[in-house]
Ligand binder design. Structure first.
Ligand code: URA
Length: 427
């Protein structure tokens, strides 16, 4: 077996055999296949695709490149959620403790942000003292004690994906449905959860800009999960406008705590509850009541235990940015569109996100929305507040927001996009 013949096979629109896939993933993980060869193969896959059987084998080979976690010793059923990433998507923060408060165990291995979408670990690291890295034993201990744990995936989990994802990121090969599906599902299956709910985002702020692409990604992932014995369902959800009223690390933690306290923006609450019901159903707990767990404070109790168990102080004030700039409405009218991608890029440029893996993020940076699509605004009223420690960044953030919102004359009709667009439970 050699890398060049595998690359040529895919370049020439052929199918990769099981043997070719197993070999190339293993040899790449061991360093025998070079980055430039894997880049060429990733580009050939992006251009020519893989069929369902190839994707299944590719995923299995990436799982086999590392360890698999085992939660069979837990009394509670395990259930997890994965979002394909969006702007203002802080849902994991209230969701994990909420589902744990309803009786399931939630082992949530999360990532950092890259580009315009934020990362759950970056958000939680804005809580003073909170640690993302836990050893496997420590992770199990937090899970057994609090019922939920959110932490970084260890190096042993799907190491082939870790290497390949970093390579795709710098070679323009992220946006391939077979590569995205196998990347996400290899980690989730290796993580060992019994049930999985996928939140596949659709719209300008998401990887998938069209409903058709999102459907294909969702059904591919549902098929992969089901074939590996993980009860998997997907919701396709709107990402044409940011979720909630904040995009940025500490800003989003604050909003998540509002949800756990029984408040928070309607779209964040709606999606959190919908995903919680799916996770509980998939875990075999269909009668659990997440609305009650938000109202009676039990979800907030789990949040506080979970944050404390990882060194965080849930009562400590959250960091705020040193400087603010308010963008006001240029005219009175109805806000009919506020583009998710533009807000994500603005938050990123203000310092909430990173351009390279090794960059630091600013805890307080980001964008606060004072109006959401459908709201009526008066001329001169605040539309957005930009937050950063480095005010020289305001101009590039404002550039990103050029043309990002549409104001229609007062009284104009507006049809809101539903938060949840579709549910997919079979391949
Ligand atoms: N998230 C992942 O983990 N992998 C991808 O390929 C894309 C998003």
């Amino acid at each position: 077996m050699d890398a060049i013949s595998v690359i040529r096979a895919k370049r020439d629109r052929g199918r990769l055999s099981d043997g070719q896939i197993d070999w190339v993933i293993d040899a790449y993980t061991r360093g025998e296949v070079a980055d430039e060869q894997m880049s060429a193969l990733a580009m050939a896959i992006l251009l020519n695709g893989m069929d369902r059987a190839e994707i299944a084998r590719w995923t299995a080979a990436m799982i086999a490149s590392g360890e698999r976690m085992d939660f069979s010793g837990l009394v509670r059923p395990t259930t997890d959620k994965h979002s394909t990433g969006g702007v203002g998507d802080k849902i994991t923060l209230p969701l994990a403790p909420l589902v744990a408060a309803c009786g399931a165990a939630v082992p949530q291995l999360s990532g950092r942000g890259l580009g315009h979408t934020g990362g759950t670990l970056d958000k939680l690291e804005s809580i003073p003292g909170w640690r993302a890295s836990l050893g496997n034993d420590e992770m199990l201990a937090v899970l057994a004690d609090a019922g939920a744990v959110i932490c970084a995936a260890g190096d042993g989990l799907a190491p082939a994906d870790k290497k390949l994802y970093a390579l795709r990121d710098v070679t323009g090969t992220v946006e391939s449905i077979p590569l995205i599906a196998s990347s996400i599902m290899s980690k989730k299956i290796a993580e060992g959860t019994g049930a999985l709910v996928l939140d596949v985002k659709v719209g300008s702020g998401a990887f998938m800009k069209s409903l058709d692409d999102a459907r294909e990604l969702a059904s591919t992932m549902v098929g992969l999960g089901t074939d590996h014995g993980v009860r998997t369902v997907a919701l396709l959800t709107d990402m044409s406008t940011p979720l909630g009223r904040t995009a940025g690390n500490a800003l989003e933690v604050r909003e998540s705590v509002e949800v756990l306290a029984g408040g928070g923006p309607a779209d964040v609450v709606e999606l959190t509850l919908a995903l919680a019901r799916e996770m509980l159903d998939a875990a075999g707990l269909p009668d659990a009541d997440p609305v009650k767990a938000l109202a009676d404070g039990s979800a907030m109790d789990v949040w506080r235990r979970m944050i404390s168990a990882q060194g965080g102080d849930p009562s400590a004030p959250l960091p705020t940015a040193r400087e603010q700039h308010v963008l006001t409405a240029p005219a009175s009218g109805v806000l009919t569109a506020l583009d998710a991608y533009a807000v994500g890029v603005a938050a990123w440029r203000l310092g909430a996100g990173r351009a390279r893996k090794e960059d630091a993020v600013q805890a307080g940076a980001g964008v606060e929305l004072h109006a959401k699509p459908g709201d009526t605004v008066a001329e001169g009223a605040p539309l957005l507040t930009l937050h950063t420690d480095t005010p020289e960044r305001f101009q590039t953030a404002l550039d990103a927001l050029e043309g990002a919102f549409t104001l229609a004359p007062e009284g104009a009709s507006f049809t809101p996009s539903p938060v949840i667009l579709e549910r997919i439970d079979r391949p």
